[in-house]
Structure formats: C-alpha cells, structure tokens
Design a protein around this ligand. Structure first.
Ligand SMILES: NC(=O)c1ccc[n+]([C@@H]2O[C@H](COP(=O)([O-])OP(=O)(O)OC[C@H]3O[C@@H](n4cnc5c(N)ncnc54)[C@H](O)[C@@H]3O)[C@@H](O)[C@H]2O)c1
Length: 364
C-alpha cells in the first residue's frame, strides 16, 4: 500500500525585500513547507525573487494572496507600519501569520493583532530570530540548569558605529517605522534578555533617546538621499526594573562614536556565575564567555555550541506548530509584551520621567 505523504504547509510571503528573501531561504530549508506565492509592490524585485526561488505566483496586492484558498500561512515582511493591517487581514482571511519583528509600532495595534489571532484560532508568531541562535539556546539551558545561580542583573546592547539603514527611507521615518534603533535592533535584545531571564514582569522603565548624528546626515551606511528626513532616534538607553529585584539595562544604537562597528550581545550576572554573549560584525565565532569559580579561583570558560540558524529555526518552529495542530499556542504575546516595553521607553524618554507599572498597565 502506498504511504500517505504528509501535507506541506503552503506559504505566501508578503514583502520580498531584504528579510523577505531570508524567509524564502528559510522556508526552502524546511521540508514540510513550500512557498507558493510572493507579493511586493516593486515589480522588478518580485520578478527577481520569483526567478531565483522558482515561485509560480507573484502578486502586487497582498489581498490577492489572502484570497487564495490553497494558502495556509503568510509571512509578513513589509515595513513596520504595515505589519498590523496585513496581519489582521490575513488572520481574518483564515491564514496563520509569521510576522517580522517588531510585531508592530504601538501597543494598541499589538493588542488588536493578538486578539485577531485568538478570534481566528490561528497562529501568530513573531520572527524573533536572534533568540533562536544556538549560543542563546545554550545559554537558556545553562540558566535553566542553575549554572549561574539566581540571575539579578542583565545588560543588553546593540551598538553600531555608522549603521543607519538608508535603504528604504521608511526606517528613518517614524510614521512608518515607529522608531529608530530601539524598535529595530533593541527589540531583538529586549526579547533575548527577557527570554533568558525567564520573562519576568516589567515594573518600570526610565529611558533617554538621542538623535545627534542622523539628522545631520552622519552615521549612515550609505549617503542618505537629500530629501530624506530623519525623524527617529539614533541612540536609546533604558534602565528597566523587573519583578524579583532584577534589573535590565538596554542600549541600542545605529550610529555613535564608540568602539563597536556593529556588535550585539547580552551579559548575565548571577549569584554563582555569569555569562557574556557578544557577536561582533555578525561573526558567529567565539561568541560566549562563562564566568565561574573553580577551587576558589575565578575561571573564564569559552563554550562553543552549535551556532544554529535563526530564521530557518523560526520557519521550522512555525511550520511544526501548525502541522502538529497546535497553532493557538502562539498568538503573538511575546510581541505584545515587547511592544509595551518599547512604547514605555519612548514615553519615558519623551516625558523625561520613569514610567511605572501602573503606566505600563494603562498602555495595555
Ligand atoms: N528578524 C530580523 O533579524 C530582521 C532583519 C531585518 C529586517 N527585519 C524586519 O523585516 C521587515 C522588513 O524589513 P526589510 O529590511 O526587509 O525592509 P525592506 O525595505 O528591504 O523590504 C520591505 C519590502 O516590503 C515591500 N512592501 C512595501 N509595501 C508593501 C505592500 N503594501 N505590499 C507588499 N509589499 C510591500 C517593499 O517594496 C520591500 O520590498 C521590518 O519589519 C524589519 O524590522 C527583521
């Protein structure tokens, strides 16, 4: 008797710019998924991606993808301000959604998105790809095994020397991005550090933001276009109090006069050990340090776990969640929680005050 083959997850990708291409590569590496359609408003990019990944159907209107009955799920890879309307429309059309980070640009929209997922009984997963790195997975296991004792302090950072993303002016336009490096890079580090700390409740946030280089046309990857207005921050710094006496500091920059060309990481400090993850210029070599005592003497170790494949892991987890019949286990809650902290950080910086748990609750 012929063996019944398992149905593949049929996926559409909406927005095939920089990260849309990464989603195409990621799903290509997941045997149980198949990208059957792509969508973008740039015809030349659509043509290029369709040819490179051998995709049969291309659309310039995402509603056409959502109207396809044979598509189970979509990846939303558009600029940030389009995440909410496209995700909500997709959920209401009965599709599961893998949405790029940040989930969206405001708490109100983030809540509407998770509510739409719950109402539709469909998955809404945020592509927090850096949390799925192999070294982060190793750290999470080490934290769970009690290697560092009780964690009480963490520092997370993403620093760039000259890394303002000029391509697609939407990044530097607050009305389309929701913010600068904090919502772009900082959201990854906020997610990674809160995940490693076991997702403690955030009690209050005190923050500052600056825009010292961007508005002067400094610190861009490439020279900015003359008509580009810089309406976001280029550096954000936040002090975040967490339940249980824990504290997290978060720094995110696109451009600063500092030693890092492009580096991100998190340091964890515990009662019997500590760890530092630092990734410089996207090099995956030698990213971890663990600090402990052996025989009464301080010891530094350099674990070398498998590095992993961020977006491929995201695509595989998303596919498995749906094919295993548990889509509603992911309704975007991590994205909502991160959106709340990001909004609190911007509010604190704007008003020059600490934003407390009561303010945070009203944001929700
Ligand atoms: N997880 C990560 O590490 C990571 C890395 C980079 C970007 N991102 C996120 O991915 C998203 C896109 O970023 P990017 O760097 O790919 O930007 P991008 O500008 O390169 O790509 C966005 C694409 O969306 C298309 N688009 C715009 N409006 C559209 C519409 N109405 N319908 C269909 N397509 C439309 C654009 O033409 C473009 O091709 C952002 O939310 C960003 O934060 C995530």
């Amino acid at each position: 008797m012929a063996k019944k083959t398992k149905a593949k997850l049929r996926v559409g990708i909406i927005g095939v710019g920089f990260i849309g291409k990464v989603h195409l590569e990621a799903f290509a590496a997941v045997p149980d998924a198949e990208v059957v359609a792509i969508c973008d408003i740039r015809p030349e990019r659509l043509e290029e991606m369709a040819a490179e990944f051998d995709i049969a159907d291309s659309y310039d209107d995402y509603e056409d993808v959502l109207a396809r009955k044979d598509i189970d799920a979509v990846s939303v890879c558009t600029p940030n301000y389009l995440h909410a309307p496209i995700t909500i429309a997709a959920l209401q059309a009965g599709k599961h959604v893998l949405c790029e980070k940040p989930l969206t640009t405001s708490m109100t929209e983030a809540l509407a998105m998770t509510n739409a997922a719950k109402a539709a009984k469909k998955a809404l997963m945020v592509a927090f790809s850096h949390r799925r790195r192999g070294d982060v997975k190793w750290l999470k296991q080490a934290v769970g095994d009690g290697m560092f004792g009780g964690l009480y302090y963490a520092k997370a950072m993403w620093w760039r020397r000259s890394g303002i993303p000029a391509w697609g002016a939407w990044f530097i336009d607050k009305s389309r991005s929701g913010g600068g490096p904090l919502i772009d890079l900082g959201v990854h580090m906020l997610d990674m550090s809160l995940y490693l700390l076991g997702d403690p409740r955030v009690l209050s946030v005190s923050a500052s933001t600056w825009a010292e280089l961007g508005p002067k046309g400094k610190g861009f990857y490439y020279p900015p276009a003359h008509d580009q207005k810089f309406t976001v921050e280029d550096l954000a710094s936040a002090f975040i109090r967490l339940e249980g006496g824990k504290t997290l500091t978060l720094e995110a920059s696109w451009a600063t006069y500092g030693k890092h060309n492009d580096a991100f990481g998190v340091s964890l400090f515990g009662s019997s050990g500590g760890a530092e993850l630092e990734v410089s210029d996207y090099s995956n070599k030698d990213t971890l340090r663990v600090f402990t005592d052996i025989g009464g003497a301080p010891v530094t170790m350099r674990p070398a776990p498998e590095i992993g494949h961020g977006h491929t892991t995201v695509a595989r987890e998303f596919t498995e969640l749906i094919l295993n019949g548990q889509p509603t286990k992911e309704v975007g809650l991590d994205g909502v929680r991160r959106a709340q902290v990001i909004e609190a950080i911007y509010l604190s910086a704007l008003e020059g005050r600490e934003v407390t748990v009561e303010d945070l609750a009203t944001l929700l």
